[in-house]
Every structure is written in C-alpha cells, then in structure tokens.
Design a protein around this ligand. Sequence first.
Ligand code: THU
Length: 135
Amino acid sequence: MTDKKLYNLAKEAMKNSYSPYSDCKVGAAFLTASGKVFTGTNIENAAFGPTVCAERVAIFKAVSEGERSFSKIAVVGGKGGVIDGIFAPCGVCRQVLREFCDDDFTLLLGETPDSFKTLTLKDLLPLSFSPENVK
Ligand code: THU
C-alpha cells in the first residue's frame, strides 16, 4: 500500500461524512501492520456530544476486528469537503492513537487534494501519556 493510495482511501471515506451540523467532512484510512485498511468518517449527532471523529471511527473499527498493530494513518478534511490545508486530528484522537501506536507512528495529513504532509505521532503529541505509564 503506497502512501498515495492510503491518502486516496481517506478521501473516499470523507465522501460518507455525516456532518449536517458543521459541514466539516473528514475521512481517515488506518493501515494495519498486516496490510489491511480500515476507513472512517466523522458522524455527527443532533445532541452534538455524541459526535465521533473520523479517526476514532477508523481506529475503533480496526480494534474491534481484533487488530492491534498499526503502520500509518491518512487523514483529510475540510469545510464542505474542500481540502484546503491540514485538518489536524483533535486532541482526543491523538490520545486514542497513542493507546495503540508508538511515538514514531506515521500520519499523512492532507493539505491539498493531491498532497499531504508526513508527520509522526510524537510531532502531534509530544511528552505523551501512554500505556507504559500505567504498567
Ligand atoms: N472532526 C474529525 O472528524 N476529526 C478531528 O480530528 C477533528 C474534528 C470532525 C468532528 C466534527 O464532525 C467536525 O469535524 C467538526 O468538528
């Protein structure tokens, strides 16, 4: 799986966004160590609080299917589905990623429809609190 293909899968997932309140459409594609891909999109709710981000939908789909080892994630988003700059994972999603991924885990964050920035989880969540802290 190339980075470009993973990015394209995140863009495909974005099309399924259920975001009638914010009109922010987000897609994520999470690649497992064994090469499987789990996609997710953001799912909003009239009560606002139950809204779930695209990243967590993808991660929880993978974990609930028994996956525990991950290679990288592509994330893309924009108001009205227009990709115009990085739509960075929120703090909660960063912490959820850290539960299953090490500091050097790779994130591909969409900047334009054809380009993304490559970062590590440590870039987004330095000095992280991780499962090692509670062992
Ligand atoms: N959103 C995500 O899907 N991922 C993030 O990391 C940030 C925010 C969604 C949640 C909500 O549906 C919309 O973007 C606006 O916050």
